[in-house]
Design a protein around this ligand. Sequence first.
Ligand code: NAD
Length: 461
Amino acid sequence: MTTIATQTESTPGAVDSEQRNPVFDELGFPKDPNNLYTQTVGSMLHAADMVDLQHRVKIILAQPKNEIMVHFPVRLDDGHHHLFKGYRVQHNNALGPFKGGLRFHPDVHLDDVKALALLMTMKCSLARLPLGGGKGGIKVDPHKLSPDEMERVTRRFTSAIMNDIGPDYDIPAPDVGTSAQHMAWIADTYQMSNSKSAYDGMRVVTGKPVEVGGSLGREKATGQGVADVMAEILPQIKIPIEGLRFSVLGFGNVGSWLARILQDMGATLIAVMDHSGALRCDTGIDAHALSEYSYEHYGIAGFEKSKAATDSGRGGKGADAISKEDFYSTPVDAFVPAALEQMIGPQEAEMLQCRVVAEGANAPCTPAADRVLQRRGIEVLPAILCNAGGVTVSYFEWVQNKACQIWDEETVDRELNKVMCMSARRTLLARQRYECDMRTAAYLAALEHIGKVYKTRGIFP
Ligand code: NAD
């Protein structure tokens, strides 16, 4: 078993414009320190310098291979047409076909999609999956559209990017604001319009409903992967999962599954916050009851007054509604951000009363927050390690679709656990070898692999 080195004084993995990498100027990056793409590339380059990655690989990885932007009209229920903006960023395919989710959210911007695509490349490389990195999305508030409008938007977007995706080229998946249903519409649209084989629609997208070729275990996979990594690493820093007290920011797919799985492993959910409010119960909130409530009510607000809270409050007491500040400063062993990017700034990092932050969301901590957490001795398990469970089971789904196989859930969970534990061990080894923080270590382990691939393959011509 690998032991974790004590917290070092090295520069935290995330860096900002104060430590601007020369590659930024060479490629003409904007000077905005709050730009998510600049922050993400900064963290990656910080590790790339430590592992002595070839300059040509650094500049390749600092920019996506393709940035596709489309505008497409969709008829709304009231008869008028609205013009939507959609993106597909294909960051890198040195390891295999581009792979990454589609986000439907009003705040989707090109630079954010670029950052998320780069993180996918790093995630797949750290997990040693034969896949590259991509990401996409539509600037839309899904909650403002009817189901029929949503279907038309999804199908028309699929049609707009039809020639840029493919079962062996770029395979989308769900992310924030999209679900298995959206993936089924994508599969069907692709099959009807562009397929050469009866299987193409199924193989061009993952995260589908099980009845149209989805994998068992995919819906919970990201939360399960976070739990697998926590179970592998936390006991090594003397934080057992049995009896662990934790809080979760974001109670959607990742947050709610993680909470249910950790609870089933003997941990206790103490506090939770989503877009609708925050709750705390020191004797424990029942994650299963809260998930059911949240699904029904689109958010956790009001749960404290519901019968479920009174019945399920472990110790007989329901949860209390609390403020944002109280949520962040609730004492727990582990805090899991599982909402959106950049939600933990330096202020939130100062408020946290925990020993570990396990990143379920992508890029939830800003570089400034990272420095606060490091100064305060709070261990951060980075997103490219923690939340790779989704893409890993998406990979299993793609393998099953290609081989016309159906795996049982036990097999999926077992294979996922192997991948997550191996990624955790790779990260711990890199941390020991380079005496760095965990974020840098995860990037180092990812970059070593992709660096070797570029060295061996060379660069065409
Ligand atoms: P989701 O849409 O199911 O859930 C998002 C959650 O964030 C919701 O509970 C929402 O209420 C909450 N939220 C949004 N704005 C908030 C705010 N201002 N304050 C508090 N809470 C807020 O999305 P998801 O699929 O669970 O994804 C969450 C994160 O995990 C994203 O960063 C996503 O990229 C990442 N991720 C998801 C997957 C996956 O398989 N779904 C895989 C890897 C990474």
